[in-house]
Design a protein around this ligand. Structure first.
Ligand code: GTP
Ligand code: MG
Ligand code: ZN
Length: 343
């Protein structure tokens, strides 16, 4: 595969890594492409020769690198990251919000009360994606002291980068821009109305994405963005705007929890008992930190809740896998029973 291939793909995140993935698939008969949007049963793709649509089953996610056979997605290349949440409803399926992203911008609006627990939840999901998260406090122009708010959030989140922006006066937009490498992909995550599409437009330097007013009473957005869209940024990099999420379920008890709550996990190692539950055990380093004001009690609560939720999801998934195995065994033993006896 010639490295000269990109054409239009150059603007869509083509890199040595993608080149290597395409080469290792060893299918020179197929055409490399990136998924820019997903509709009901088709997806929009970009190839070196421009935009088109393709059919696919199952559908890939926005951001996926794929190989096309005519107007069909024949192969989805291995992902290096995937932003996944527990899908809505009673299933145990993960929903992939975006694939092959490098940076997750967790957006939250300064025009409404900060909800650190929600940010922590989004941080867990973002870290689990394999990409690096940064928290963005938007609408700084609506707040009397945005920097104090940012400092408070920084002290709660420990180690997470927090950037303050405003699309009205342009503050912080350059800081966000400088976080995005030339062939990196950034995805915007956050509730409806926090200003994701507005920030996207500020980064794009044009009104490309639709923006909608929020309700005056409770600052709730109106779900203006309804599809996930991948667009190239001027000056390099790629951006995925997403519809606002009401809630985001943690999907796995993986690295995300340890990374988001590294401070608590570190403290927990110093508890006297290895199985300390950090409630009223003697020699508990976690409750001691809370008593001394070094750890907010709400942060411990948030960690507990997310851990329980992740453990519950893992159990449900294990349960489902076990049920599937039982079903398979049943079907197989029936097939064996019904096999014609030849000898
Ligand atoms: N004052 C102020 N208002 C902003 C800022 N950014 C966005 N807004 C307003 O907030 C409202 C929601 O903005 P959107 O960009 O549509 O929000 P969103 O997060 O994309 O919302 P969904 O697409 O529904 O998820 C609009 O009325 C914007 O004009 C800002 O920096 N300052
Ligand atoms: Mg939007
Ligand atoms: Zn303890």
């Amino acid at each position: 595969m010639a490295s000269a291939l990109p054409g239009d793909l150059a603007q869509y995140g083509w890199s040595d890594r993608v080149h290597a993935l395409v080469a290792s698939a060893d299918r020179p008969d197929l055409v490399p492409a990136r998924v820019t949007r997903v509709d009901r049963d088709r997806c929009g793709v970009i190839t070196s020769a421009g935009e088109r649509t393709a059919s696919a089953r199952p559908l890939p996610a926005v951001g996926d690198w794929v190989l096309l056979d005519g107007d069909r997605v024949a192969h989805v290349l291995e992902r290096w990251s995937a932003l996944e949440r527990q899908a809505a409803g009673p299933t145990t399926e993960a929903q992939t919000l975006a694939a092959d992203v490098d940076l997750v911008l967790i957006a939250t609006g300064l025009d409404r009360p900060l909800r650190p627990a929600r940010v922590e939840r989004e941080l867990v999901v973002a870290w689990d994606s394999g990409a690096r998260p940064v928290v963005v406090l938007t609408k700084a122009d609506t707040h009397p002291d945005p920097d104090a708010e940012a400092d408070e959030l920084r002290s709660r989140l420990v180690g997470a980068d927090v950037v303050v922006t405003s699309c009205t006066d342009g503050r912080g937009v350059g800081d966000v821009r400088s976080l995005i490498g030339p062939s990196e992909t950034v995805v915007l995550l956050g509730a409806s109305g926090v200003g994701k599409s507005s920030l996207a437009n500020a980064l794009l330097g044009a009104e490309v994405l639709e923006v909608g007013a929020v309700r005056g009473s409770d600052h709730k957005g109106r779900h203006t963005t309804v599809t996930r869209n991948l667009v190239p940024l001027p000056g390099g990099g790629v951006l995925i705007d997403t519809p606002g999420l009401r809630g985001i379920g943690v999907w796995q008890a993986d690295e995300g929890l340890s990374k988001t709550f590294a401070d608590i996990e570190e403290l927990a190692q110093r508890c006297r008992f290895g199985d300390c539950e950090h409630r009223s055990e003697p020699g508990c380093a976690v409750t001691e930190a809370i008593e001394e004001g070094r750890l907010p009690a709400a942060r411990l609560e948030s960690w507990r809740k997310l851990e329980r939720e992740a453990a519950w999801m893992e159990r449900r998934r294990d349960g489902r896998a076990a049920a599937e195995r039982r079903r398979e065994i049943k079907v197989m033993s029936r097939a064996i029973r019904d096999m014609p006896k030849r000898y």
